[in-house]
Design a protein around this ligand. Structure first.
Ligand code: UDP
Length: 323
């Protein structure tokens, strides 16, 4: 198949493009390079276009597209609290433009990057697909709006879609020279590793008074290559079944910020220090996935579930990042 990977110059998108290419699919990447990296586009041509400028999208559909994977988004919880208009514009309006461009060309398959942030504060230890959806920040709200649009589009236009709700994407494919590189970097594992290398500032620990095992926030870190694999399986599901589908993707095990720090010390052999800082706006205390549905329906089985293995791949990338 020929897959249009929107946001394929970004972190998860580049790993998905790699997985698609390995599986024998042709890839075209659409990216505005606002946060993506030209050097991460290695598995097909780059069309530099912007979802907020619909006229620029034509070039991405020159060659007939069988399905779209949509990774373009602003994705920082704290920033979304401070700049909600930018989040709704990019994540909702931009996606509408993409959906309209697809509809005009009869492209009826979409895999959408969604997030654990659509659930808000969890009511249970593990979050499954039936959990209440009540985002507590504009980022999560913007993604939930798109999920709703996709459900409506399935009814109205027969659009086939799969929403993949990532918990905390982490790790890298250092042997393929792709990994996580944000400017500024806000994510925990890259910040821990950059502090270890001295290529970033000292680590700040955002909040130690949450109701968790050690007071720091608990997250479910999932290897980006396992997320990429779920996208291939989502494509297969859309071949078999119409409708709008959604899956929660995580390893089902939560680690606190301090536990991640401890694991990073073990992986790097370095004594990484940190500074206490206040809570970061919009952060729920605990987010851990129940991914039974992905296992049962998609046949998804994470191949790199161990926290140290995930951190080790990120560590190898961060020691010599290609971009
Ligand atoms: N965090 C932290 N210091 C950092 C970055 C993140 O203490 O420099 C915490 C953050 O408050 C959250 C967890 O680590 O509880 C994971 O944050 P990240 O930004 O990686 O992912 P998110 O859960 O926001 O998607």
């Amino acid at each position: 198949m020929h897959i249009l990977v929107c946001g394929g110059a970004g972190y998860v998108g580049a790993h998905a493009a790699l997985a698609l290419s390995r599986a024998g699919h042709a890839v075209t990447v659409l990216d505005n390079l606002a946060t993506g990296h030209r050097a991460a586009v290695r598995w097909g041509p780059l069309v530099q276009a912007d979802l907020l400028q619909p006229d620029t999208l034509d070039a991405a559909f020159q060659r007939p597209v069988d399905a779209v994977m949509h990774f373009c988004a602003r994705s920082l919880v704290g920033e979304s609290v401070r700049a909600p208009y930018a989040y709704y514009e990019n994540n909702v309006v931009g996606t509408l433009h993409l959906l309209q461009a697809m509809a005009r060309r009869g492209v009826d398959r979409l895999v959408f990057s969604s997030t654990a942030a659509i659930f808000g504060n969890p009511l249970s230890a593990l979050i499954d697909e039936d959990h209440r959806q009540a985002p507590i920040n504009p980022y999560g709200a913007s993604k939930l709006m798109v999920e709703r649009i996709l459900a409506d589009a399935a009814q109205a236009y027969g659009l086939r879609s799969v929403c993949l709700r990532y918990f905390n994407a982490a790790g890298a494919a250092p042997d393929e020279n792709i990994g996580e590189s944000h400017q500024p970097e806000t994510h925990l594992i890259p910040n821990v590793l950059r502090a270890a290398l001295g290529t970033g500032p000292a680590l700040k620990l955002f909040g130690d008074d949450y109701d968790t095992v050690d007071g720091t926030c608990v997250r479910d870190y999932v290897h980006v290559l396992d997320l990429a694999d779920a996208h291939l399986r989502a494509l297969e599901l859309m071949q078999r079944q119409p409708g709008a589908h959604a899956f929660n993707l995580g390893n089902g095990q939560g680690f606190s910020v301090l536990q991640v720090l401890q694991a990073a010390r073990a992986v790097t052999g370095r004594d990484i220090g940190y500074q206490q800082a206040g809570r970061r706006a919009g952060d729920p205390a605990v987010l851990v996935a129940a991914s039974d549905k992905a296992r049962n329906v998609l046949g998804w089985q994470p191949r790199h579930p161990g926290l140290e293995e995930i951190i080790d791949s990120a560590w190898r990338w961060h020691q010599a990042p290609a971009y």
